[in-house]
Design a protein. Structure first.
Length: 443
């Protein structure tokens, strides 16, 4: 027993010594780890400091290059332009983000739920109505989302020599999708107003959405007009950007190209909008006319100018001019002035009975006694008889215009358009003659 006790004591002592050695090794290992962490932290701090030094050095170099004298520009002027450029880009980003956020509200808060309901058999309004009200807003949202991402990426690493012009150059062609939206805008608003008036559930649904936090107390109409207003804002911001970018800056060329393209896009949108409005106006006029008015008055080459009411005493073709009303008493008529013709119709309550349409290129306007004005010209109507065009006879309309200012206004409008038409005809013939001579073989 005594031997066993001594053996157990030695084993316990050995185990204790081993445990102490392991603890010592563990402490040594922890100390080494702590030292390694300290060295790593010091290295990281040194590396970060080096990166900051490099970044500051790079910025300083950029600033030195940017502020290098060029021509008559002073360093102080360059510094001001650098600050303005940064502010303009920030404004561009802020306004674009707000705009894209609004487009996404229009798309995902209004259009998408209405479309899903219509396709699921629980429509508030029909799919054609949805397309009319919202047009191609989804395409516009996607394009402007790409533009926003590009501006955001550049602004996050902005320096004095950073560029944004190339982003606009690559996207300006796609912005022509605004043409479809702008052309449809009036139809969109009119359809929306009609739906709100005739569809109570739809009106309540829209009103509830407009009160939501996402809409910020804005009405649906306020969101719909935003794309119409956006392109002119781009022109304004790019104009400011070009003004505050010196000619040897790497962004100057692309900014200038982008500005020119954006102006062309804006002009194109405005021109297409005018064309759409012009065709819509001619269609409205044609729907109010009754009687045989010699075929449609709608033509892409024809532009509506103005309209008004006149008092017509007599009207008719050559040798057959007759009183419209009682002898000596005029009839109230309406006239529609276009770039190439004038249309006159007898005014009624809801429709107007067609009287004549005269070609302005041949019209003569003469003052007669008794405060009267006579319009004489060839009708703008092609009459066919036995497969051959009948020779046109002059048509005469006698107006009663007691006011001298009214007579002068009508005469001036008609004669100005006649002179313009005749000048265009002469120019066209001159070009034809030049082309003919140029194509003749040389002897």
């Amino acid at each position: 027993p005594q031997v066993d006790a001594e053996a157990r004591g030695q084993k316990l002592k050995a185990l204790k010594e081993e445990e102490e050695r392991q603890e010592a090794k563990q402490r040594e290992l922890e100390a080494k780890r702590a030292a390694a962490r300290e060295r790593l932290m010091q290295a990281q701090a040194k590396d970060q400091s080096s990166k900051e030094v490099i970044s500051e050095t790079r910025k300083t170099m950029h600033r030195l290059i940017a502020t290098k004298s060029a021509g008559v520009e002073s360093q102080a002027q360059r510094e001001k332009m650098i600050g303005r450029r940064t502010n303009i880009v920030r404004e561009l980003y802020d306004t674009e983000k707000s705009y894209v956020d609004s487009l996404r509200v229009l798309l995902f808060k209004f259009m998408k739920p209405l479309d899903a309901s219509a396709r699921g058999g629980k429509e508030l309004i029909s799919i054609p109505h949805i397309r009319t009200v919202f047009s191609n807003i989804e395409m516009i949202t996607n394009i402007n989302g790409i533009l926003l991402e590009g501006i955001e990426a550049r602004l996050s690493n902005w320096t004095d020599l950073s560029c944004v012009g190339d982003i606009f150059v690559s996207l300006t062609e796609y912005l022509k999708c605004y043409v479809q939206y702008v052309n449809n805008y009036n139809n969109s608003v009119n359809t929306l107003n009609e739906l709100k008036t005739t569809n109570k559930k739809f009106a309540q649904y829209i009103a509830r959405l407009e009160r939501s936090r996402d809409c910020k107390n804005l009405m649906l109409e306020s969101f719909l007009i935003m794309p119409v207003q956006r392109v002119p804002r781009y022109v304004m911001l790019l104009t400011d950007m070009v003004k505050n970018t010196w000619e040897d800056h790497p962004d100057y060329k692309n900014l200038s190209i982008a500005l020119q393209k954006m102006k062309e896009t804006g002009d194109y949108i405005n021109e297409k909008k005018r064309e759409a409005e012009n065709l819509a106006k001619m269609f409205d006029i044609e729907t109010t006319l009754t009687g045989d008015f010699g075929g449609t008055i709608i033509s892409p080459a024809r532009q509506y100018l103005s309209e008004g009411t006149v008092q017509v005493l007599k009207a008719g073709s050559a040798g057959k001019v007759k009183n419209l009303g009682w002898v000596g008493k005029p009839r109230e008529c309406v006239y529609y002035l276009f770039t190439d013709i004038v249309v006159i119709a007898v005014k009624n309550t809801s429709t107007n009975k067609f009287l004549c349409r005269i070609c302005l290129e041949s019209i003569n306007v003469e003052e007669e006694s008794g405060n009267r004005l006579s319009l004489v010209g060839v009708p703008d109507i092609h009459e066919m008889k036995r497969g051959k065009e009948v020779k046109k006879k002059e048509f005469k309309v006698v107006l009663e215009c007691p006011e001298e200012a009214e007579r002068a206004k009508i005469k001036q409008q008609l004669m100005r358009q006649r002179n313009d038409m005749q000048a265009k005809r002469r120019s066209f013939r001159a070009r034809q003659s030049t082309d003919t001579v140029s194509r003749m073989p040389k002897v």
